[in-house]
Write a protein that binds this ligand. Structure first.
Ligand SMILES: Cc1cc2nc3c(=O)[nH]c(=O)nc-3n(C[C@H](O)[C@H](O)[C@H](O)COP(=O)(O)OP(=O)(O)OC[C@H]3O[C@@H](n4cnc5c(N)ncnc54)[C@H](O)[C@@H]3O)c2cc1C
Length: 388
């Protein structure tokens, strides 16, 4: 057991996976979240377990990581996943032309694909557009956006982690120029206090830039909001994706009794100041109907928006769309002269465990701890264990 204490800011999936990994490697750890756990982007994402096929053509590294993490999550957290597979469908002649590149890119990324005759695809998914031209099956799936992180939080809590919700970080404390802790405001007691730390990890996703600003550090991060619309019927069992170079409204994820179409792509400076544009709902219905023509005739359930934590600076929406979905661990010591502070930026919910592994490897390197990461082999407790 080490004597170092690490504070993690942010109670989304990334923060949950990090605090679990820290405790498993014997590091004392405290997590502070300004709201409820998963109240940021994590609790509002599309719910797709990405095998990486969506990224294989243009974003090879994250495609590979998604595939590897899909295998791992199926081993360690099956209760939060549906292994329902995904079907990429070509709708136009251009899509058909794109299909060989798509298949080749998947193969090169280690993602198994299987072409399914259109007749069989329509038998498997009877609500699909009958005019589809090709159908490629891949190992995508569905994630319960809330249960998966809760499984990590449950493991961390029962392994001695301190987790404080409704506790926003309002600033940092310093020893010289190095971060020595965080200042927080406890919303339950209405008290300010300081939590000392040997190292602070900023795992605040789309808010990461706002948090580093409190330490006078700028990081390249682009919050990229996107809209999703859910209808009250499970129209497809597999995740249905439009097989084309990536665009808006091209994935329908089945989630229990719902079907969810998403998403759009914007760019914002403030991830708290986002609302669903009315026209997004019409556009999502239009896109969904191209894949499943009865989508827009179903009972409306909900529309919501969440901000992607895109790593990199973007000056336009197109720039933001082209940013990689991969993640980086940034050590603000060598980079910005702010020792004691790490940020983890970018990524996807699917790769939360890998993001944590790289972050905690960086922590161990700094402290000279040789304990290896074991999160890929350790099954997680049930999400309900968090409340036990
Ligand atoms: C529209 C959309 C669809 C997506 N769909 C998918 C998908 O289908 N599959 C997939 O794998 N990924 C998907 N993603 C990506 C995925 O949702 C994110 O990569 C992931 O949820 C980010 O998790 P996180 O823990 O890093 O950030 P968050 O979940 O945002 O967690 C950061 C936390 O930090 C907290 N915080 C902020 N400031 C402070 C402060 N000062 N003090 C304390 N706490 C603070 C916030 O409240 C928040 O809870 C999608 C994203 C979007 C936007």
């Amino acid at each position: 057991m080490s004597s170092y204490h690490v504070v993690v800011i942010g109670g989304g999936g990334t923060g949950g996976a990090i605090i679990h990994d820290l405790r498993q490697r014997g590091i004392e750890a405290t997590l502070v979240e300004r709201g409820e756990l998963t109240s940021g982007t994590t609790g509002r994402h599309h719910g797709q377990l990405h095998c990486g096929a969506r990224y294989a053509v243009k974003d090879r590294e994250i495609a590979r990581e998604c595939m590897e993490e899909t295998y791992i999550l199926k081993r360690i957290a099956p209760e939060s996943l549906e292994a329902n597979y995904g079907l990429f469908v070509a709708l136009t002649e251009e899509d058909e032309e794109h299909t060989p590149i798509f298949i080749q890119s998947c193969v090169e990324s280690g993602i198994p694909t299987k072409e399914v005759p259109v007749k069989d695809a329509l038998e498997m998914e009877p609500n699909l557009n009958p005019d589809i031209k090709r159908a490629i099956m891949v190992p995508d799936g569905t994630i319960d956006a809330w249960r998966l992180p809760l499984q990590f939080f449950a493991a961390a809590k029962h392994n001695g982690a301190a987790i404080h919700t409704f506790t926003p970080v309002t600033g940092f404390t310093y020893s010289g120029s190095a971060v020595s802790g965080v200042q927080v405001f406890d919303l339950k007691t209405q008290q300010e206090r300081t939590i000392k730390a040997d190292l602070v990890i900023n795992a605040t996703g789309a808010w990461a830039g706002q948090v580093t600003k409190m330490a006078d550090v700028e990081i390249p991060i682009t919050p990229g909001p996107g809209t999703m619309v859910a209808v009250k019927k499970r129209l497809n069992n597999m995740v249905i994706s439009h097989l084309h170079p990536v665009g808006d409204g091209d994935i329908i994820v089945p989630q229990r009794g719902l079907s969810i179409i998403g998403t759009t792509q914007y760019k914002t400076d403030d991830p708290d100041d986002i609302a669903v544009p009315e026209e997004d709902i019409t556009e999502m219905y239009r896109c969904a109907d191209m894949l499943i023509p009865s989508f827009s005739r179903q009972k409306y359930h909900a529309a919501w928006i969440a901000a992607r934590p895109l790593a990199g600076a973007a000056s336009s929406v197109d720039d933001a769309r082209n940013l990689s979905r991969d993640f980086n661990v940034v050590d603000h010591g060598p980079l910005d002269g702010r020792e004691g502070l790490l940020s983890v930026i970018g990524g996807k919910a699917t790769v939360l465990r890998a993001m944590a592994e790289q972050t905690v490897d960086a922590v161990c390197n700094k402290f000279g701890i040789t304990e290896p990461c074991r999160t890929a082999e350790t099954p997680l407790p049930a999400h309900r264990a968090y409340f036990a």
